[in-house]
Design a protein around this ligand. Sequence first.
Ligand SMILES: NC(=O)c1ccc[n+]([C@@H]2O[C@H](COP(=O)([O-])OP(=O)(O)OC[C@H]3O[C@@H](n4cnc5c(N)ncnc54)[C@H](OP(=O)(O)O)[C@@H]3O)[C@@H](O)[C@H]2O)c1
Length: 259
Amino acid sequence: MNKKPVAVITGASRGIGRAVAISLAMEGFDIAAIARSVDSEGMNILGSEIEKKGAEFFPIGLDISCTSCQKEVVSNILERYGRIDFLVNNAGVAPLQRNDLLEITEESYDRVMNINLKGPVFFAQKIAKEMIWLKQTVNNYKPVIVFISSVSAYMTSTNRSEYCVSKAGLSMTSALFADRLSKEEIKVFEVRPGIIQTDMTVKVKDKYDKLIAEGLIPQNRWGLPEDIGKSVASIARGNFDFSTGMVFEISGGMNLHRL
Ligand SMILES: NC(=O)c1ccc[n+]([C@@H]2O[C@H](COP(=O)([O-])OP(=O)(O)OC[C@H]3O[C@@H](n4cnc5c(N)ncnc54)[C@H](OP(=O)(O)O)[C@@H]3O)[C@@H](O)[C@H]2O)c1
C-alpha cells in the first residue's frame, strides 16, 4: 500500500490537467497521469516537474472514450499503489470544427459526447466502486472525485452546441455522483472553468482577446491553468469537508448577471 495518497488526473499532458497534476503533487499526492499517449513531450515534461516536487509520476495512455479500456487502467493503478484517493475527470475536447447548431453532424456530436461525457461517467463509476471498498483498507482515507466542466454547462454557444451539451451533462453527472456517493463518504465536486489560456483556446485567442478587452470577464483577464490548479488543491487540502456536490466556478466573475 502506497504511503502517500494517490491522485488520478485525466488529460494531464497539457493545459488545465497539467496544472492540476502539479498542484496535487505539491499537496503531497503521488500522480497517475492519463493522456492518450504516454510518449509525448507534454507527458515527459510533466513527469520531471512532478518528480521535482518529490512526488511519484505514473504516466498512463488511455483514450478516455474507450470505456472497455478503462478497467485495465484502474487495475494497473491499484496494482502499483493499492489506493486511489483523488480523481480529477479533466480530459475534454472542443469540436474539431465550430459549426452552427443547424449544421452539426452526428459524427462530431458523438466524438465530443464520448470523450467529454460518456468516458468520464464510466471512469468515475469504476473508480467510485473501488473507493467504496478501499475505505475498509486505507487508513485515514478521504476519497474525492472532481469533474472539470465549463461555463458552457450553462452559457450557450450555438457554434459548438455539442460541447455545451456535453458540459451540461457533466454538471448533472457531478450532482448525481455527489448524491449517490454521499452515504459512502466520497465527496464529489464540479470545478467550472471560464475562459482559460490553453491549447484548447489558442485558435480563438484573437476573438477572446477582443471580447475580454470589451468587458466580457468582470476580472478583466484570461484565466490561467494555475487558477484551476489552485482551486482543486484547495479541495484536496480538505477545506470543504462539510460539503459535497458544490460547484466552484473559476471564471473571473462570468457567473455575475450584470446590467
Ligand atoms: N481552456 C478553457 O478555456 C476551458 C474552459 C472550460 C473548461 N475547460 C475544460 O477543461 C478541460 C481541459 O481543457 P484544456 O483547456 O486544458 O484542454 P487542452 O489544453 O486541449 O488539453 C486537453 C487534455 O485532454 C487530453 N485528451 C484529449 N482527448 C483525450 C482523450 N480522448 N482521452 C484522454 N485524454 C484526452 C489531452 O491529452 P493528449 O492530447 O496528450 O491526449 C490534454 O491533456 C477540458 O475538459 C475542457 O473542456 C477548458
